[in-house]
Structures are given as C-alpha cells and as structure tokens.
Ligand binder design. Structure first.
Ligand code: ATR
Length: 280
C-alpha cells in the first residue's frame, strides 16, 4: 500500500492522518498515512529512512519546513517565495517540493467562505513562517493591496521585498509596516489575516480593532483554542471571523491532489472535522 506521513516536532496534535484517511475513503484511494515525531537534529535521516522503505510522499510541519525546502530536488515557485516546503513527493525522477499552505488559505476563503479577494484590501499581520507561506498565493488572487504589518518591521520589509516581483506582476500594492505605523491606525481592511503567533504567547491582538471593516473578513491561521481570542475580538467588532481549520483541510487537499491526482471533497471533511473537534 502507498504510504504517506507527516513529520513534525511536536506531532501528536496533528489532524493530518485523520484528514487524509477521510480523503482516501471518499475518493476510493488505497493508501496509508501516518504521523512521525522527529528529533530536532534528525529530519534528513528520518526522511531518508521513510523514502528507503517506499514512502511516496510526506507533509512537513514545524519546525522542519525550511529544511524540507532544501531537500527538494525540484520545487514549485511557491517554495522559493515562502522559503519553506510543507509537501514532498517522491518518484523515480527525484523529490518534488511544494508549499500548499497559501493555496489552502485561498481555497478556504474563496471556496468555503465565498470571499473573492480580487480588488480587496488585505492586512497580513506577522512576517514569520506562517505569513511567508501565504503571501504569494494571496498576491496571485490580485487583491487591490496587501499590507504586511509586523512587530519587527525589518522582517516584514524582507518578506515584501522577496515578493516584489510577483506583486508587480499581479498589480498589487504590497507594502511593509511596523504594528504601530499611523497608516494602519487610520485604515480599515476588507480582509485581516492574523499570521502572528501573539496569541500563543499570551499576547493581545497586535493591531487596533479599527483595522476591521464591518462585515469584512477576519481570519486567524490557527484553529482550536489558539484562534479563539482573535475570533472573539473580530466578531465583537462586526467582522466575519474565521479560523484556520478550513485552511488546514484545503492545504491537505492540495497535497493529496499532488500525490494522487484526485481532488477530495473538502467541505464535507471540514464539516466532519469541526464536529469532531467540537465534541472533543
Ligand atoms: P510562525 O511559523 O508561526 O509564523 P514565527 O516564524 O516564529 O512563527 O513567526 C511568528 C510571528 O508572530 C512573527 O511575525 C512575530 O513577530 P516578530 O517577527 O517581531 O518576532 C509575531 N509575533 C510573535 N509574538 C508576537 C507578539 N506578542 N506580538 C506581536 N507579534 C508577535
């Protein structure tokens, strides 16, 4: 049986085996998908062992996405932009790498939430790995603007600089700001995306609520308890709040399609997964 795996540190929380098992059932594919905890200094060795035993592909989660980008022999332009890789596919020609995180976010916003990004104003909070994974695919949707706001403004500036070419090609006003820049204090956005990890560290929402538009969209890339504070904050100020569970399912679907050539039914799996988590 074709075997797939998700590698991470930690990994116990991962919903990917459940998601891919449902995708396989619903598409009639025969495969096995497991999760593996990887010691911090052993990613390459663990990956090689998996490949040697016939593994067909894998997902990579924190903190190995950057290392995975260097392992791929060929990769999608998304990997170069994000400088991170969450999906590898092994075949006779080598190891192909992709980053499906941003595709997953866009698929969730457009397909599940019915939010068309074209000509919209977007505020992306954060400039770490999560933000880097989504900026390229967001730009490809041709919003009017994407402003990247980060506590450390230099990191936002580097991220924006790396995406300058695609932003120009897509005609998007893409700029970097510090969190307290006055331009952010006088502006509201059609879509606010929280890609910072401030809530994990017990911090407040790092921007004022005036960035939210009434009936605009606000999305946290996290899900479960980590996203609740942002969701409550955004809802309380009139925005349509969304967590990252849809993105999680959609990025998995992109990986599944890359490996199996079949697009699984994501909305059903998202509904089931949300019910499962609510019960838990
Ligand atoms: P991830 O892979 O989850 O993106 P990361 O690469 O460590 O993790 O990035 C974390 C992001 O959250 C960064 O943008 C970080 O800001 P800095 O670049 O200034 O470190 C942001 N972040 C973390 N804690 C924060 C806080 N308390 N307030 C505001 N931003 C915070």
């Amino acid at each position: 049986m074709d075997t797939y795996c998700v590698f991470g540190h930690p990994i116990e929380h991962s919903k990917s085996p459940w998601i891919h098992a449902r995708f396989a059932e619903l598409t009639g594919q025969t495969l096995h998908y497991e999760k593996t905890f990887v010691p911090l200094d052993s990613f390459v060795a663990v990956l090689q062992a998996f490949q040697a035993t016939g593994g067909k592909g894998c997902n990579i989660t924190l903190p190995f996405k950057t290392e995975a980008a260097h392992i791929a022999t060929t990769c999608s332009p998304r990997v170069a932009l994000a400088q991170a890789c969450n999906t590898l596919k092994f075949d006779a020609t080598g190891t192909y790498g992709d980053n499906t995180d941003g595709l997953g976010l866009v698929a969730d916003l457009v397909g599940n939430a019915g939010f068309d990004l074209k000509n919209k104003s977007v505020l992306l909070i954060g400039a770490g790995g999560a933000a880097a994974g989504v900026l390229g695919p967001l730009l490809s949707e041709k919003p009017h603007s994407i402003w990247v706001a980060n506590r450390t403004v230099d990191k936002a500036a580097q991220l924006v600089q790396r995406h300058a070419q695609i932003a120009q090609t897509e005609g998007v006003d893409c700029k970097a700001f510090g969190l307290n820049h006055e331009a952010l204090l006088s502006q509201s956005f059609d879509l606010v995306i929280n890609a910072s990890s401030s809530s994990l560290q017990g911090g407040d929402i790092p921007v004022p609520h005036t960035v939210l538009s009434s009936h605009g969209m606000a999305c946290d890339l996290m899900y479960g308890p980590a996203a609740q504070w942002f969701i409550q904050w955004a809802s309380a100020h009139g925005a349509v709040a969304r967590d990252g569970l849809g993105m999680l399912v959609e990025q998995a679907a992109e990986s599944f399609q890359l490996w199996r050539g079949v697009r699984p039914p994501t909305q059903q799996v998202l509904t089931e997964l949300r019910a499962l988590l609510n019960r838990a």
